[in-house]
Design a protein around this ligand. Sequence first.
Ligand code: 5GP
Ligand code: ZN
Length: 112
Amino acid sequence: MDCLFCKIIAGEIPSTKVYEDDKVLAFRDIAPKAPTHILVIPKTHIAGVDDITPENSEIVSHIFEVIAKIAKDEGLSGGYRVVSNIGEDGGQTVRHLHFHILGGKKLSEDMA
Ligand code: 5GP
Ligand code: ZN
């Protein structure tokens, strides 16, 4: 499968790793939109939030536990934002489920 994030998981494309366990990988976004910009992805290929089902949704709660841990480790005590873009209208460019952690500054109030 020609998936950029699966290649990052496989180590075929280098990334700046922030956290890893048997189910999840987190790494720094190559084009950061905030002082802290980290992507958290499942190691199994799920295309996006629109591909979450009762069979694979357990990973999502684990990802959010990991997000809370990373935010603490990164010192985002003032708050942060978690974003997942879905499909073309949502601006998703990589069709492998990922959650952006954005923080380290007062973020824009523009949601859309
Ligand atoms: P999306 O637009 O799908 O929500 O987010 C994809 C994100 O992946 C973008 O923020 C983009 O900067 C990031 N990205 C794209 N290619 C690479 C890469 O090769 N390495 C890293 N670390 N991030 C990437
Ligand atoms: Zn993938």
